[in-house]
Design a protein around this ligand. Structure first.
Ligand code: NI
Length: 177
């Protein structure tokens, strides 16, 4: 079922989400199905459970390259629960981000270039991966939602934060995620 995505200003987006402690339940499967439906409907690259008002540490991401992110080397379609992120280096790079909870805007956000992430899938099977580039960026963006952090809070240079259609009048970055 497609769910309403909360927008910035809603206090539920600022809370720390709770760990999932039981896997493989119908409730968890239903949540993930709703998140997939909602992300697909909005052509998103990722979605976190708090964005649909569910305060659990569940994120999904993937979908591969899109017109918006043509350089998005295949990001695996992933359900990641109770994630832990660790930078491989402290090196950062900037990149444009948007968010379904911050529609119409884009910002230039520094993120770790390489990280290891761990967590569990919907059945409780462990996930342990290294990610770079856009994959690493998406993971960091989505997992930030679990700690109540929206990407504008990470913007350091506010000369590179604004309305998508003004920043990118050629339409190359149309869309909200
Ligand atoms: Ni987001």
């Amino acid at each position: 079922m497609i769910r309403e995505v909360l927008r910035m200003g809603d206090p539920r987006l600022l809370e720390r989400a709770r760990e999932v402690d039981v896997f493989g339940t119908p409730g968890l499967a239903g949540l993930i199905a709703d998140m997939r439906d909602t992300m697909k409907h909005l052509n998103g690259a990722g979605l976190a459970a708090p964005q649909i008002g569910v305060g659990l540490r569940v994120v999904i991401f993937g979908g591969g390259p899109s017109p918006r992110y043509p350089d998005a080397a295949a990001v695996p379609d992933t359900v990641l629960i109770n994630p832990v992120l660790m930078p491989v280096t402290r090196e950062e790079e900037g990149g444009w981000e948007g968010c379904l909870s911050v529609p119409g805007l884009r910002g230039w956000v520094p993120r770790w270039t390489q990280l290891r992430y761990m967590g569990f899938d919907a059945d409780g099977a462990p996930i342990d991966r290294y990610a770079t580039g856009f994959h690493a960026r998406v993971v960091q963006h989505e997992c930030d939602h679990l700690d109540g952090i929206l990407y504008p809070m990470r913007v350091r240079d506010f000369s590179r934060f604004g309305y998508t259609e003004v920043l990118f009048p050629d339409g190359s970055m149309a869309g909200d995620d």
